[in-house]
Design a protein around this ligand. Sequence first.
Ligand code: 13P
Ligand code: SF4
Length: 302
Amino acid sequence: MNIREEIKELKHARNAIILAHNYQLPEVQDIADFVGDSLGLSIQAAGTDAKTIVFCGVHFMAETAKILSPDKTVLLPDMHSGCPMADMITAADLRGLKKEHAKAKFLCYVNTSASVKAECDLCCTSANAASMVRDLVKKGDRVVFVPDRHLAGYAAGLTGADLVAWHGFCPTHARITAQDILEARGLHPDAVVLAHPECTAEVRAAADRVASTEIMCMYARDMHAGEFIVATEVGIIHRLRKENPDKRFYPACEEAVCPNMKLNTLQKVLAALEDMKHEVTVEREVMHKARKSIRRMLEYRA
Ligand code: 13P
Ligand code: SF4
C-alpha cells in the first residue's frame, strides 16, 4: 500500500476529514477532502460531521477550526507551522490598544492567535475584510484593524475608512515587489495580474485584481483571459493549473514561499492520523470569547 492509500484508509478508520489551505504542498492538496482559503476552510470546519479534522495549514487556522468545532479533535500535522504575521501582535498588545481607543471597534484578521481574537469584537479574512469595515463605518464606528497593515490599507482604500492599523505584515508577501510585476508583465503582456491584499500597496496598485486566494481561483476560472500572473504564495499555482489545464499561470515571484505552510508533508499527515497526534487545544474561556468574533466572520461569506 502506498502512503496515499494508507492515509485514505486511516482517514476512514478515524472518521477524519483533511482540510488543506491553497498554499500547501501539491501532494498534500491532492489528498485533501477540501482545499480552500481561510474563510472556506473555516466554513468546512464548522459544518463537517467528521470526528477528526486534520488541518493542513498553519496554527491559527487549526485553532479557528477547533473553536468552531469544539467537540472535534483537530490535528495539525506539524505543530511548528505558525504564522509570523499572527505572532506580530499579542493579547497584551490588544489590551494596550483598547486603553488608547476605548470607544473603537476592534477588527482582527483571522491570521491572529485565539487569545487575540478573544480580545476583539469581530474577525475577518481577506475575502470579507472590506465589507466588514464598510458596515462598521456606516454605523459610525471607529475601527482598529490588526495585525496586517497591508490588508488594512486595502480595506481603507476600498471603503474610504480612516482605520487605525497595527504594523504587522506577511514576510512572504513582502518578498513580492512592484518590479516583479513589471518584469512579469514584460514577459507575459497578455496576462491578467492577480494580487493578494497582503501584498504591499505598490504591488496592489500594479495588479489588475486584488483578491483572497479563493477569489483568485474564481477569477482564473471565470475570466476569459488565458494567462495569469499570480502575486501570492506560490503554492496556489498547483491548484490553479489543476483546475484550469488550458490556461497558464506564472508566479509573480518564485521566492514567495511560506516556509510554515510547507512543513505539513504526507508523512506527517499519516503520522498524525496513526497516533492521533499534535492535537490543537484552546483554553475554554478564550475559546468562548474568540468564537463570538469568528461567528461574525462567517456571517460575511464574501
Ligand atoms: P486567504 O487564503 O484567506 O486568502 O489567506 C492567505 C493567507 O496568507 C493565509 O495565511
Ligand atoms: Fe502567515 Fe504569510 Fe504564511 Fe499566510 S503566507 S501563513 S500570512 S506567513
